[in-house]
Design a protein around this ligand. Sequence first.
Ligand code: MN
Length: 311
Amino acid sequence: MTHSTSDLPAGGAAGFERVPVRAAEIGAGFTVARALPSARRRTVGAWCFLDHAGPVKFAPGGGMKVGPHPHIGLQTFTWMIDGEVLHRDSLGSEQLIRPGEVNLMTAGRGIAHSEESIDGTGGALHAAQLWIALPDAQRHCEPAFSHHPVLPALDAGGFRITVLVGDAFGLHAPPRVYSAPVGLDFVAQHGARSVLALDPGFEHALLCLSGRASVDGTPLDPEALLYVPPGRSGLKLAADPGCRLLLIGGAPLAAPPLIWWNFVACTADEIMAAADDWNAGRRFGAVTGTALARIAAPEVKSLKLRPERGR
Ligand code: MN
């Protein structure tokens, strides 16, 4: 018999998976679109969390108001597209992040931070915040924070491409990461068409941050993440003028980590200890200078955590 499109698996010939984003409230009524983790997809390489905030305009007193809260076992990666957010952490860092800039916070064994929009007269916000799971050798490392005001960029195929994380197009992004993930931002300067080369050993995902695009003819919009499995050496990207796309990728993890609240770990015991320490005021230190209230960890003992990784 001959093959026709009806013989193709449900995911399509490309093996793409559409992973719908969902609304998540992150404090003071501010809602973001959460693409990872989801029931369908927990990780893309070591990327284990992806929140898309905005684009939104807000009244005075609005925007992002996330009080002090802890992290372990991950790096938070913030890519600011519009607006300004003030980061404070328990290392004493106080850093305003502006459009085109990146903040990278390495939690390791424990850090706490707050994030708030600077909005005396109201303002705008458009940002992506992601987490990268730390490999075992770094999971318990000393915490660190770095701010990156300039990221390498180039023009290719009708796109302005910024290398946010890792190496691409002969450029190296300065944020220090540990599991060789890649992160790229694409802005279509006019109607753009391009063939993007991929590492076939990596899995990837694309999210439209604004506008509309297509990947190998599959439509893409901000309502869903498009997962691209390993084995692909290239993708055809097409985008409407002004469209902005985020691409993340990396080698698939042998075993996905446990994620509970703001913690990434290997075992339930590590997570329960972190929650107990935060709620008891141990380990993480204090975030000073913010008027926002500290966020307590939810009750953890009643939760049923997976007993091991890789399920
Ligand atoms: Mn956080």
